[in-house]
Design a protein around this ligand. Structure first.
Ligand code: PFF
Length: 450
């Protein structure tokens, strides 16, 4: 096993680390999932709870994962068992890492199917399919894609092959360096889209929908959905950020870096919402259309604007790119784990993990067509996988992580890692010990019994 011990190089620069972290966090979660969840949850109240969850729960947990990773210097399972061992605590804390790998597997299986939709939409935009489409046109375009298991499977397979190729080829670093250019380009295109949304005549309605909370919409499930999405969008509760933290050099200020990642991630999600909802209202579409929302609204925008073919193609290319940087961060920990648990080489482990994920993804592919009648617990397979991961597993592992840092680790050890002013640290520690865990616990319990 000695040859498999990772000797960690540290990130060449703070920027390289940031790109990996931003690459993992910014993805389909921001552009696809956030808008459709907002629409399904009735708008502003969800957005408000989501932002509160990001600030009071997501940010402290992101910092906790990074500081644990930097202390442990290994993969999440070994990191947790080493630190727990040193503190003479139960090895059960290593379950945080195990749960994370399982969640990453489940998430990647459907993430790849949606990444496949984005690939299909590159083709549609390049070939000018969106020009002149009305609301019915975009719905039937999307409906036709979902109705065809063969095409969905082909796009899902292509997305998975790309992901496997990047991980197996060991070029994730290159991809992350490219993120330095491509992420800002995605942000610029979102601004263009928000600009277009401002011309639709329904901009004010869109903004009001996003930012004027209607508290009558706040059910326990909406709270849980908002909390779960805070974990999903920041890639928390999977040990991924913990693994990244192991590459973090000692002079990086964890608090400031985490705040930057959280702000970028949130701004991109809000921009996507601001681009989408005005188009929804201008075309009398249903904000609660579900997972197809983005794919049924943005084509209307591209179809209606000048230069739409160019902007549309660029947009979906950049979306696929953002999805890929997230997907590789989901596949990596599975591969690493498999490599350590088995005699497989890195390449073999990547192929096995990728194939297993691809296989599970077929269930999501079929759930939109041949298996659409199969609704375990009254949910589609996509909703079920999302429920299991975002609403159950991620909050639980996140809770365990923050309890570990807040209550098991010593104050001074945490403080040395965070390197904050005494007041800032006191606020942080209070949040980590009380606000975040109690918040997760309450939302979790009320969300489940609701
Ligand atoms: N954070 C990614 C997104 O918002 O698209 C998705 C994701 C990546 C979730 C990595 C979880 C993860 F570990």
């Amino acid at each position: 096993m000695a040859n498999k011990t990772h000797i960690h190089a540290q990130w060449s620069s703070r920027l390289a680390f940031m790109m990996a972290a931003v690459g993992s966090s910014v993805g389909l979660g921001n552009v696809w999932k956030f808008p459709y969840m907002t629409g399904e949850s009735g708008g502003g109240a969800f957005v408000l709870i989501y932002m509160v969850s990001i600030a009071l729960i997501g940010l402290p947990i992101l910092m906790s994962e990074w500081l644990l990773g930097r202390l442990g210097q290994k993969n999440p399972i070994t990191t947790m068992s080493t630190i727990a061992g040193r503190l003479k605590r139960s090895q059960a804390w290593a379950l945080i890492g195990v749960g994370g790998i399982l969640a990453a597997y489940l998430i990647l299986s459907f993430y790849s199917v949606i990444g496949g939709w984005a690939l299909a939409y590159i083709k549609y935009s390049v070939t000018g399919t969106f020009s002149g489409l009305d609301g019915d046109g975009v719905s039937s375009l999307f409906g036709n894609l979902l109705g065809s298991p063969g095409r969905l499977l082909a796009w899902h397979s292509l997305f998975m092959v790309l992901t496997i190729g990047v991980v197996a080829g060991g070029v994730s670093g290159g991809l992350e360096r490219a993120a330095k250019l491509l992420m800002p380009a995605l942000a610029v295109l979102l601004v263009v889209l928000v600009g277009y949304a401002a011309t639709t005549g329904s901009f004010a309605d869109g903004l009001a929908y996003l930012f004027r909370p209607d508290f009558s919409q706040l059910t326990g499930d909406v709270w849980l959905a908002a909390l779960g999405h805070a974990f999903f969008t920041l890639s928390l509760g999977m040990g991924i950020m913990m693994a990244y933290g192991s590459y973090l050099s000692d002079d990086v200020n964890i608090g400031r870096t985490a705040l930057t990642v959280v702000i970028l991630d949130t701004v991109i999600a809000l921009a996507a919402g601001m681009a989408i909802f005005p188009v929804v209202f201008a075309n009398q579409l249903d904000p609660a259309a579900g997972p197809g929302l983005v794919f049924q609204t943005l084509p209307l925008a591209f179809g209606g604007m000048s230069g739409g073919i160019l902007f549309g193609s660029l947009f979906f290319i950049l979306l696929v790119f953002a999805a890929l940087t997230s997907a590789i961060s989901l596949l990596e920990p599975i591969v690493e784990w498999l490599e350590e648990q088995s005699p497989l080489s890195r390449l073999q482990a990547t192929l096995v993990a990728g194939a297993a994920t691809w296989l599970l993804g077929i269930a999501t592919v079929l759930s939109f067509n041949d298996w659409s009648g199969f609704q375990p617990f009254g949910m589609s397979i996509l909703d079920l996988l999302d429920y299991l991961t975002s609403k159950l597993m991620l909050p639980l592992t996140g809770l365990a992580t923050i309890l570990f840092v807040g209550w098991v680790m010593g104050r001074d050890e945490v403080r040395a890692q965070l390197n904050m002013s005494p007041t800032a640290f006191a606020v942080w520690r209070f949040t980590a010990r009380f606000v975040s865990p109690i918040g997760v616990a309450i939302v979790f319990i009320f969300g489940l019994i609701n």
